[in-house]
Design a protein around this ligand. Structure first.
Ligand code: 13P
Ligand code: SF4
Length: 350
């Protein structure tokens, strides 16, 4: 799928009235109430016709939208049927009842959904929504690590291509990485492709962890000095970091967890001020539910996640373009790695 913004606009304008509408803001008050702390009424007037059209089309197509926690609020609250972190979305993809899954997230997540639900159509609103971690390693990289550390199992982060998953023994996400690694029989475990997640896991695990030197372009930007400076500038702020951040950043933070772990922590603790050291939309998506928390601090955006828009979601649902395919043999092997992770996570009650 290689279409321009203009051609998408042309196709959609022939079938839908997408003029900004203040009447729709009134009509959709319940939806708007979930994001009115972070989305202004004029902006919602722009989103409302898209939200209405997408939700109607979902019914027609028997489709569900799986929205990652890094989606913008109008996608997260407006059209997603299920939201969550990578593990929750993978689990949902494996058991959701629908003919079509629209992945409001990045490409590796759509591939994971297709691997787990090969009989469903999986639509990716923008095929160029990649991930710096997934791009950092190929199946040859896994072979290289196996040659260097013979006999060590390979635990690959879900932020990888289907080929890399197929070449690995088991997958992990940031919410189960320590438990998955600790469950391996060998003393030495290979983790790919995120060096920082691996180093953070090594700080909590009994295993000797060797890793591939990939990184996330969003989380690697934070430094421990940023956090110290921030504490000085705004005392009393709770600093909460994703484990894709460098270990010195995690050490400086008050809590570290996956995106859903962060949501759970802030929802339970309800700190007066919180800085989420992760992708920018996370704070926006929980701001309305937690009016007592003041979300402060910088905003690092993932350029890949931000490629997903309401307009592109409507376009793929309308045209059924953007279908994700995974080679059957690779899918079969990759399914083994992802399913092993899901089964172990369920067994461990994660
Ligand atoms: P989780 O949602 O699993 O914490 O992962 C974050 C991420 O980087 C997804 O791209
Ligand atoms: Fe990849 Fe980082 Fe973006 Fe997540 S936030 S999709 S890990 S680049």
């Amino acid at each position: 799928m290689n279409v321009t913004h203009q051609s998408i606009t042309n196709v959609l304008s022939q079938h839908y009235d997408l003029t900004p509408s203040t009447e729709l803001v009134e009509e959709m008050q319940e939806t708007y109430a979930r994001m009115d702390r972070v989305v202004t009424p004029p902006d919602f007037a722009i989103y409302a016709p898209y939200i209405k059209a997408i939700n109607a089309l979902k019914k027609e197509r028997n489709a569900v939208i799986l929205g990652h926690n890094y989606m913008t609020p109008e996608i997260f609250h407006g059209v997603s049927d299920f939201v969550g972190d990578s593990l929750q979305l993978a689990m949902k993809a494996s058991d959701v009842e629908a003919d079509v899954i629209v992945q409001a997230g990045v490409h590796f997540m759509a591939e994971t959904s297709k691997i787990l639900s090969p009989e469903k159509i999986v639509l990716m609103p923008d095929m160029a929504a990649g991930c710096s971690l997934a791009e950092s390693i190929t199946a040859e990289g896994i072979d290289e690590m196996r040659a260097k550390y013979p006999g060590a199992p390979v635990v690959s982060y879900v932020n990888t291509t289907a080929e890399v998953k197929a070449a690995s023994d088991i997958c992990c996400t940031s919410s189960n990485a320590v438990q998955i690694v600790d469950a391996m029989e060998s003393d030495t475990v290979i983790m790919t492709p995120d060096r920082y997640l691996a180093q953070n896991v090594a700080n909590e695990s009994r295993k000797n962890i060797v890793y591939w030197p990939g990184s996330c372009i969003v989380h690697e930007q934070y430094t421990a000095q940023d956090l110290r400076d921030f504490r000085k500038w705004n005392p009393g702020t709770r600093l909460i970091a994703h484990p894709e951040c460098p270990p010195e950043v995690v050490a400086e933070a008050d809590f570290s967890g996956s995106t859903s772990g962060i949501i759970k922590y802030v929802s339970t603790e309800k700190p007066e001020k919180a800085m989420l050291i992760t992708e920018c939309s996370m704070a926006s998506n929980i701001a309305d539910e937690l009016p007592e928390v003041d979300f402060v601090g910088p905003c690092n955006m993932c350029p890949y996640m931000k490629k997903i828009t309401l307009q592109k979601i409507l376009y793929v649902l309308h045209t059924m373009e953007g279908q994700v395919e995974v080679d059957a043999e690779i899918a079969e092997k990759a399914r083994h790695s992802v399913q092993a992770m899901i089964d172990l996570s369920r067994k461990l009650g994660l």
